[in-house]
Design a binder for this molecule. Structure first.
Ligand code: NDP
Length: 445
């Protein structure tokens, strides 16, 4: 007789063919739950695992729009409403050509446990489209966002489902979508989207939150070894929202970030990344990262190659899933990395995580280390509900306290379940238990 964990995984493979990223995310979580399964037979009786791997609702839709040449374009839109045990579905929208159902399901599944870890009342969901914003004009992005929201609006609401940004979706896209939502519904429902601009219901520190939170989490990890970021050499991948603000916080904590990257290559800046210049190039001009290197003396842009070849004390992968594989993990370990914390979702492959574990490198999984973004989205929802807006300091203080709490919860839970120091097990078990107990309380729904 196979255990429930194994039979549920087999069922997931059978019922969701071709969705490799979703399989990977489910496998990692289920693997951590063996001890939970032994200690809590009530979960098996209520078939909690079989229910938690099945989205409550999956929405797929056509997104037609007209480009600047007058040509009709057709993209596909997704929203996977995975689990609403703890609150309204909550999770970002990703616009990237690689998006398909398997990516959205992996992200939505991770989001359930991440949101649970924040301690805020948020269920898990995720959405997006295979639309590629790179190289599109503002007008094209606007027409796409309007068409996307013309379908999505009927599925969302401040007590139902609250989307936010992710790869390819920042303040500009949220603005176009919120504008269209407001127009169609004739309602200023500020709490229907997060990541809004500061003049129309956004929260201070939301833009910084994921990167800042990841750095705070990594600092807590360093703290368990009696160390901190002070004087540490840090490698960061990505050059988007998460990477930029992770770099800014590392700098504030006294560390030196020597790299950032994009999908074409990476820069090495031995004097420390100039975050203000990076913001100018990426956020203001929306230019390629090579432009950063072109404007800074002695900095080279390495076309292709692996950012993980650069030696460091701390690595923060902040670009995308499966960007750091087993070979890269071996190189990092050989070069003496002490801490790896995931700013992106699932950037490290299963093989990479195994290498870190065996080499004694502390590893912080994304669902814990990058939870600061959604936590601050939760704080944005609180401010919207009370028609209030908090100072940057207050919001950052709350964010920092949430991240420290998640860190301590992961360690305490890992210890309780017999895997001391294993942040992956701690995050999965702590995130899962709260959702599972709530699902038990609701009965079979
Ligand atoms: P952005 O779109 O702002 O930036 C993404 C960065 O990653 C860009 O530099 C991009 O380079 C690079 N990138 C994207 N796809 C690839 C790829 N296939 N190969 C190599 N590089 C790639 O996204 P975010 O910074 O918001 O998100 C980054 C990660 O963090 C994602 O995994 C996201 O799910 C996760 N995350 C984000 C949160 C948020 O609040 N924004 C919250 C929690 C997690 P290029 O421009 O060349 O495409």
């Amino acid at each position: 007789m196979t255990s429930t964990v194994e039979s549920v995984y087999e069922e997931v493979l059978r019922r969701n063919p071709g969705e490799a990223e979703f399989h990977q995310a489910v496998k990692e979580v289920l693997h951590s739950l063996r001890e939970v399964e032994k200690r809590h037979p009530e979960y098996a009786d209520a078939r909690i695992l079989s229910r938690i791997v099945e989205p409550e609702r999956q929405i797929m839709f056509r997104v037609p729009w007209v480009d600047d040449k007058g040509q009709v374009q057709v993209n596909r839109g997704f929203r996977v409403e995975f689990n609403s045990a703890l609150g309204p579905y909550k999770g970002g929208l990703r616009f990237h050509p690689t998006v398909y159902l398997g990516i959205i399901k992996f992200l939505g599944f991770e989001q359930i446990f991440k949101n649970s870890l924040t301690g805020l009342a948020m269920g898990g969901g995720k959405g997006g489209s295979d639309f590629d914003p790179h190289g599109k004009s503002d007008a094209e992005v606007m027409r796409f966002c309007q068409s996307f929201m013309t379908e999505l609006y009927r599925h969302i609401g401040e007590n139902t489902d609250v989307p936010a940004g992710d790869i390819g979706v920042g303040g500009r896209e949220i603005g176009y979508m919120f504008g269209q939502y407001k127009r169609i519904t004739n309602r200023f429902d500020a709490g229907v989207l997060t990541g809004k601009g500061l003049d129309w219901g956004g929260s201070l520190a939301r833009t910084e939150a994921t990167g800042y939170g990841c750095t705070v989490f990594a600092n807590e990890m360093l703290g368990t070894k009696g160390e901190s970021f002070d004087g540490r050499r840090v490698v960061i991948s990505g050059a988007g929202n998460v990477a930029i603000y992770a770099a800014q916080k590392v700098e504030q904590l006294g560390g030196k970030v020597v790299t950032v990257s994009d999908s074409s290559g990476y820069v090495v800046d031995e004097n420390g990344i100039d975050v203000a210049l990076l913001q100018q190039v990426k956020e203001v001009e929306r230019a390629r990262l090579s432009e950063y290197a072109a404007r800074r003396d002695g900095v080279k842009y390495v076309q292709g190659g692996s950012v993980w070849d650069v030696n460091c004390d701390v690595a923060l992968p902040c670009a995308t899933q499966n960007e750091l594989d087993e070979a890269a993990a071996k190189t990092l370990a050989k070069n003496g990395v002490k801490v790896v914390a995931e700013g992106a979702n699932m950037p490290c492959t299963e093989g990479a995580v195994k290498v870190f574990r065996e080499a004694g490198v502390l590893f912080g999984p994304g669902k814990a280390a990058n939870a600061g973004g959604v936590a601050t989205s939760g704080l944005e929802m609180q401010q919207n509900a009370s028609r209030d807006s908090w100072t940057f300091e207050r919001t950052e203080e709350e964010l920092t306290s949430i991240m420290k709490n998640i860190h301590d919860t992961c360690l305490a839970t890992a210890e309780e379940y017999g895997t001391p120091g294993d942040y992956v097990a701690g995050a999965n078990i702590a995130g899962f238990k709260k959702v599972a107990d709530t699902m038990l309380a609701y009965g079979v729904v």
